[in-house]
Design a protein. Structure first.
Length: 629
């Protein structure tokens, strides 16, 4: 029972709710920073406040989408009282809601001026979104009404840029906020991942259920980002913003680079595609959130992806021609040093089972069924019986300390059995936009084995067989389990287990238990009921203006995973388009759509059934043990 809302004494409430008293001086963004070195602090500032010049890209996005995605309208202060509930984002504790529009007629949060050394921007009111003056603003042509109706018509006074913290800063499981709409700095955790973030609202701010894209946004699980929305890979594959912990203890892999040299790298991202080193991976993300957009947007058609094939992003050109690249690259050492300081939140002792025997039993189940993938402490080369080694290893009192709880290897989708969508992403394969950010080793991975008997939502009696293409595709790297008690639901798409939006210790444990039970007792999963379907009739607006009807109940992946350039045929509004559209609108061409699906896998919560053959008592013990990670 948690009395947080009633508690007069914060300390009492933290004691009752299992969280610790916040340290002194913890009410500024510098909280906890006392222990950081100067370089780590600079890195923290980069993570929280540096946009790499991406604000220009977000202005461009607002223009080409005519406001469907517009960060300036997104941060409108009138949303502040319900930003967590409706957008899933975090209110900046140093700001308050505007009581009136500003001099330009815009509703902007009123923020304390906080100078961040070397970083020239102000808070927008939302953690991770920064406000800049727009150099192209002209007060004589400015018209707020025109702007709100269509941001493409007039230049606004501000640009809004995005930092890494926007998605990666989340509520601290050990210091949950009393009121999620009014957090304090010490309620945040730098890299746990914002599990409550509703990205669908960011990219569909003005859509209605009449528009198919609204349904795509609506189905996107909280806490995920479709990181290949642009540059698009034509697959709707939102993926969980995972926690970044124990970076210093993450296993290394020796991989071959494009030039034939060997480098020690981590397998970054769900599919382990970013594999040229951590700094390269981070710089790529900056580009993905807008850096060097003058160059980047010449390489692909950002939103629809229909007008041109992708071209690879050239690192040498970016370094030469884009000042933001150079300025950001210079900050990466600090950012990495900062990320290395991050350790997982361990569940407070009062929530951990007191039954030592049960915990020992859970540890043995882990040793026998999980540790070969979920441990960075691995048997020395030449160990004969690895399982015997794990059984002993888990008995050590420090087994969990600095254990990344993953071998960081890539596992084929045929072996792990989870929904293949994210592993089908093409952006890091040869000839595509992130080609230079993946190793040759990645690109030369063998294709995963053919998948047999996938659920067919169009004709359930005719299961689908699918041979995943290769070129790097077809794998998921093993994620860390450190601090996993706090980050359910699970799997790369956050589709396994209950989402309750409750950041308290209690709320997180409810979600944890539900997800772990569904993981270990697969028969408790929704299974074919988990297919994401549209909840009413809608339409895909084609460039020509023609509205392609989509009947209610259509799986969003049926349209969401279509290679859009192949739809060029439908680009013009003519007799042919209408003829095809008639049949599509009645669901009569679903088989054709299915055959052209880039990832014909619809059940989102399937797979990863390791441990499901254990006895109920062993499963219970294992769950108790995993809580302590
Ligand atoms: C719009 C949301 C969003 C923003 C902003 C964002 N990230 Fe991420 N980040 C994600 C998601 C989602 C993942 C998981 C993606 C995946 O693994 O495929 C991720 C994963 C990562 C990982 C890999 C973690 C791992 O364990 O492999 C790193 C490193 C990372 N992000 C760094 C950054 C950096 C650096 C920035 C700022 C330039 C940033 N992120 C900004 C959403 C975001
Ligand atoms: C063959 C390697 C392998 C084994 C064995 C294995 N896992 Fe996993 N585990 C994975 C991979 C790969 C994923 C990511 C799958 C995905 O997201 O689609 C994963 C994901 C998870 C997740 C979700 C993490 C998150 O943040 O979403 C949990 C929890 C988990 N495993 C627990 C276990 C437990 C408990 C066991 C033992 C019963 C186990 N795993 C055995 C490879 C393995």
């Amino acid at each position: 029972m948690c009395f947080r809302r009633l508690a007069v004494l914060t300390i009492l409430s933290y004691a009752v709710c299992g969280a610790q008293t916040p340290p002194a001086g913890s009410d500024t963004y510098e909280y906890g920073g006392q222990a950081l070195s100067a370089q780590e602090r600079e890195g923290r500032n980069t993570w929280y406040f540096w946009t790499g010049g991406g604000e220009k890209f977000w202005r461009y996005t607002a223009q080409i989408t005519h406001g469907i995605t517009d960060l300036l309208q997104y941060v409108d202060s009138r949303r502040r009282p319900e930003r967590f509930k409706t957008l899933g984002v975090l209110n900046d504790p140093d700001c308050t809601q505007a009581t009136a529009p500003d001099e330009f007629g815009l509703w902007m949060d009123v923020c304390k001026t906080v100078e961040i050394p070397g970083i020239p921007s102000q808070s927008s009111g939302v953690v991770g979104l920064r406000k800049f003056k727009n150099p192209r603003f002209d007060k004589f042509t400015w018209d707020v009404k025109k702007y709100m109706a269509d941001p493409a018509t007039v230049e606004p006074p501000y640009l809004i840029g995005m930092t890494c913290g926007f998605c990666h800063i989340g509520f601290n499981p050990l210091y949950p906020p009393k009121d999620p709409e009014n957090p304090r700095w010490y309620n945040f955790s730098s890299a746990i991942g914002n599990q409550y973030f509703k990205e669908g609202t960011l990219f569909g701010l003005k859509l209605t259920p009449k528009d198919f894209r609204w349904h795509v946004a609506d189905k996107q699980p909280a806490g995920t980002s479709d990181t290949s929305r642009f540059a698009t890979d034509h697959i709707f594959n939102p993926n969980a913003i995972n926690s970044i912990v124990y970076l210093a203890d993450r296993p290394w892999h020796s991989e071959t680079m494009a030039d034939g040299t060997t480098r020690q790298v981590h397998h970054i991202l769900k599919d382990g595609a970013d594999s040229i080193g951590t700094a390269g991976a981070s710089l790529r993300v900056y580009v993905n959130i807008g850096m060097c957009s003058d160059y980047w947007t010449t390489l692909h058609d950002p939103i629809a992806g229909t007008k041109m094939e992708q071209k690879p992003f050239r690192i040498d050109l970016a370094r030469k021609d884009c000042a933001d690249w150079r300025a950001t690259e210079a900050r990466m050492e600090g950012a990495e040093a900062f990320l290395k300081t991050i350790t997982p939140a361990r569940l407070p002792a009062e929530y951990v089972s007191k039954d030592a025997e049960q915990l020992a039993r859970g540890a043995q189940a882990f040793a026998e069924n999980c540790a070969r993938c979920h441990s960075s402490k691995q048997p020395p080369a030449g160990t004969g019986d690895a399982t015997a080694w794990y059984r002993e290893a888990v008995k050590a009192p420090d087994f969990l300390d600095r254990n990344f709880l993953s071998n960081d290897r890539r596992v084929s989708v045929a072996e792990v059995g989870t929904n293949i969508g994210r592993a089908m992403a093409t952006n890091a394969t040869a000839g595509h936009v992130w080609e230079e950010f993946s190793s040759r080793t990645y690109k030369e991975q063998a294709p995963a084995a053919e998948l047999k008997g996938l659920y067919n939502p169009v004709r359930p009696s005719k299961p689908i067989n699918f041979q995943p293409p290769g070129g790097g595709r077809g794998y998921y790297r093993v994620p860390t389990l450190a601090g996993v008690w706090a980050t359910a639901p699970y799997l790369h798409n956050n589709a396994l287990g209950l989402f309750n939006g409750d950041p308290t210790v209690h709320g997180r444990l409810v979600a944890f238990n539900d997800a772990m039970e569904k993981m270990l007792w697969p028969e408790r999963r929704p299974g074919v009921q988990s297919v994401w379907r549209t909840s009413e009739d809608s339409a895909v607006p084609l460039e020509s203006g023609y509205q392609l009807k989509v009947p209610k109940g259509t799986p969003v992946h049926l349209f969401g995973n279509i290679n859009a350039p192949q739809l060029q045929l439908l680009r013009n509004d003519n007799f042919f388009t209408r003829f095809i559209g008639f049949f599509v609108g009645r669901g009569l061409l679903n088989n054709v759509l299915l055959r052209n699906n880039l990832s014909p896998d619809f059940v989102v919560d399937r797979g990863h059934t390791f441990g499901s053959g254990l006895s109920d008592a062993d499963k219970r013990a294992l769950i108790e043990y995993v809580r302590t990670f």
